[in-house]
Design a protein around this ligand. Structure first.
Ligand code: CA
Length: 494
């Protein structure tokens, strides 16, 4: 049985265990650290589309959920599709901060969601963080952000009054290089979304009466087309981030044209995973299971709108010169293990799509690369020929050589971090063979979970007691990760 003991002892055992964690400095080794970028002389554009709560199992090409995603299926066939990408801290704000800073939550300060709750007061993106977008802006890119930002701490008088405020304005000096702005902090009325547009002031957001992914695709298309050069600087490459809110709840706010594709399917056909608890005593779970067709309707709608953006790139002759990434901030449990939502180590929560296309440069294929969210920033900078501009302090690994099909690094594990849990709560690791989680509880002491992801892909049998040796090895790998990123959770247990 693995236990947490003294930190320096663990340091030596981690070294003795011969862990194949990658050294922090590895990112500097990219063959593409200096210009030109991998694809040729001029810098490619970058388009990152990341809907919220779009689980890894959802796209049809994955062969898991029965969702209709023809555009993603086609896109994946033209792309590198990572089948084992991990959202290390599966929650909105921590993901977004890891994406932009290349750092784990304890290093960038966004350890929990951003809302007005007192215990979330320190969880917001610092103005002085050097983000992926800051580097791109300083490297000559025109930057656009569309959709959900969710990285500000709401301040009174709240723009979104209520017992708990979520939405907040982002002033231009906190936009980290994004010059085109069509965003909200968080606004969950998907049928009447509200955005701050350009330099509109805090008290002047604009409401649009369209399904938000449809609206955001329209705005993205307008940005890409750039008619008359009025939207962005046509002389510069662009980097556009589109952060759609669906399939995040509320799920009943989705156009009927998508709902009707699923309305005839029995819920047990929709939720085909054997770990779904149809007999749950939780009203939330039963209600969520009953709304599964709406979740998949939103998935199909997001796929449709993503397809419109891709079509625009093709129509404008920009597909070849644009790196396109499709990912998500975390998954959705949808009744698996009797849970809804995210914030847990199970595959349905921490598994995210990561599909990247660069025609003629990235060879289309599937890959089980254990990509972590902080790796995205240094990897994209590596691909763009800007690896040498990766800021000091970035904790992610530059996987650009691996993405390009070379013999680059391949992490042996990815870290799991429970959001908002800085002393108690869970940490864990996901390897190709196993998922391990260590849960430190206030009252009940500590507990371990170990799942064999190969023989038990739905994670229904906890093997922590039966296979204590494997659990102990994974515990050491988890500790090595926590040492590497200097997670205060580790110190709290010693
Ligand atoms: Ca989210």
């Amino acid at each position: 049985m693995a236990v947490l003991t003294r930190r320096n002892f663990l340091k030596s055992t981690a070294a003795a265990a011969g862990l194949h964690l990658l050294p922090m400095g590895h990112r500097g080794a990219s063959a593409f650290a200096e210009s030109p970028p991998a694809g040729g002389a001029s810098r490619p554009n970058l388009l990152v589309v990341f809907p919220d709560q779009f689980r890894r199992q959802a796209p049809g090409f994955m062969g898991e959920d029965p969702a209709l995603t023809p555009n993603l299926d086609r896109f994946a066939a033209e792309s590198l599709a990572c089948t084992d990408a991990v959202s290390n801290c599966p929650l909105c704000s921590p993901f977004r901060a890891m994406l932009l800073t290349g750092k784990y939550p304890s290093a960038n300060g966004v350890t929990d969601n951003c809302s007005s709750r007192p215990y979330m007061a320190s969880s917001y993106l610092r103005a002085n963080e050097r983000c992926l977008s800051d580097v791109l802006a300083d490297s000559g890119y025109d930057l656009g952000y569309i959709g959900k930002w969710h990285l500000e701490h709401p301040e009174p008088p709240f723009v979104d009054p209520g017992p708990e405020a979520w939405d907040e304005y982002t002033p231009p000096e906190r936009r980290h290089g994004f010059s085109f702005w069509h965003s909200h902090g968080i606004y969950d009325n998907h049928l009447a979304p509200r955005y701050w547009v350009g330099d509109s002031p805090r008290d002047r957001p604009t409401t649009f009466y369209q399904w938000s992914p449809r609206h955001e695709a329209d705005v993205a298309i307008s940005y890409i087309r750039n008619e008359g050069g009025r939207v962005r600087d046509p002389a510069r490459p662009f980097a556009l981030f589109v952060a759609m809110n669906p399939p995040h709840p509320p799920w009943d706010m989705v156009p009927g044209e998508y709902v009707q594709r699923y309305a005839h399917l029995p819920v047990r056909d929709l939720l085909n995973r054997p770990n779904v608890d149809f007999d749950s005593t939780s009203g939330e779970v039963i209600s969520g299971i009953g709304s599964a067709h709406l979740y998949f309707a939103a998935v199909t709608g997001v796929d449709h709108q993503f397809g419109r953006i891709l079509q625009c790139l093709a129509d404008e002759g920009l597909a070849k010169d644009t790196i396109v990434v499709f990912t998500s901030d975390h998954g959705e449990m949808l009744g698996s293990h009797g849970r809804m939502g995210k914030m847990v180590w199970y595959e349905e929560s921490l598994g995210i799509p990561f599909i990247i296309r660069w025609p003629g440069v990235i060879r289309p294929r599937r890959d089980d690369l254990l990509l972590s969210v902080p790796d995205i920033m240094p990897s994209l900078l590596g691909l763009l020929g800007l690896g040498s501009r990766t800021p000091q302090g970035v904790q992610g690994i530059d996987l650009s050589e691996t993405i390009l099909g070379g013999s680059g690094p391949r992490p042996s594990s990815a870290l799991y971090i429970q959001a908002g849990a800085e002393q108690f709560g869970a940490r864990g690791v996901r390897t190709h063979l196993h998922t391990y989680a260590y849960n430190r509880s206030v009252r009940a002491g500590s507990s371990e979970l170990l799942f064999d992801n190969v023989h038990d892909p739905y994670q229904m049998k906890n093997l922590a007691r039966r296979d204590a040796a494997t659990a102990a090895g994974l515990h050491r790998e988890m500790i090595a990760w926590l040492e590497r990123i200097d997670d205060p959770w580790l110190k709290a247990g010693t």
